[in-house]
Ligand binder design. Structure first.
Ligand code: ROI
Length: 164
C-alpha cells in the first residue's frame, strides 16, 4: 500500500459537482481508498489565460496501484468528465494531478512526482495542509516551510454546505 495525494481542479461545467463526483470516483478505483479529502476551495485562475475561477481540492488515497497505473486511472476519470486536452493554460472540466506518491521521486516524460509546480501553488498547498500538515515533500522540504512564504489570497474555502 502507498499513500498518494491527488490535486483536483475544475472551472467548467458545474465545477463543484465535477470535483465532488471525482472524489467518489477516486474512492471507487480498484485497490484504492479515499482516506481524507480537503474542503473545496474557490481560487483565482493561475496563469496567463483569462478564465473563470477554479474549484480546487486535494485527496489523500491509499492505493495498491503502481504510479503509472494510477495515472492511467486518473486520466480515464478526466476523460469521463469530458476533459478535452486543449491549450496548456486553458479552462478545464476536470484536472487530476498526481501530486505525491509515497516518498517516491519520478521524473519521466509522462510523469513527474512530486508535481513540478506543487511548491508554487496555493490552491494545492493550502488544501494539502488541511489533511496532512506534517508532510514533507520528497526532495523539496516540509510543507509548513513552503506555506510560510506563500500568500493565500485569491483562495477561499467554500462554506460547509458545499463540503459535505
Ligand atoms: N488555477 C487555479 N486556481 N486552479 C487550478 O487548478 C489551475 N489549473 C491549471 C492552471 C491553468 C495552471 N491554473 C489553475 O492547470
Amino acid at each position: 500500500m502507498q499513500t498518494a495525494f491527488v490535486g483536483l481542479g475544475s472551472n467548467l461545467g458545474r465545477p463543484v459537482s465535477q470535483v465532488r463526483d471525482a472524489l467518489h470516483e477516486l474512492d471507487a478505483l480498484q485497490g484504492t481508498r479515499l482516506m481524507h479529502r480537503s474542503s473545496l476551495y474557490r481560487s483565482a485562475p493561475l496563469g496567463p489565460v483569462r478564465q473563470p475561477d477554479y474549484i480546487n481540492a486535494v485527496a489523500m488515497l491509499e492505493t495498491r496501484l503502481a504510479p503509472y497505473a494510477l495515472l492511467d486511472r486518473l486520466q480515464a476519470i478526466e476523460q469521463d468528465h469530458g476533459r478535452v486536452r486543449g491549450t496548456r493554460w486553458g479552462p478545464r472540466t476536470l484536472d487530476l494531478d498526481l501530486l505525491l506518491f509515497g516518498d517516491r521521486r519520478i521524473a519521466s516524460e509522462r510523469l513527474r512526482v512530486p508535481h513540478p509546480e506543487i511548491a508554487r501553488r496555493p490552491f494545492v498547498l493550502f488544501p494539502l495542509n488541511e489533511i496532512a500538515p506534517d508532510l514533507t515533500l520528497p526532495g523539496i522540504g516540509p510543507l509548513a516551510s513552503l506555506l510560510r512564504d506563500l500568500p493565500g489570497d485569491g483562495l477561499r474555502r467554500l462554506p460547509e454546505d458545499d463540503n459535505e
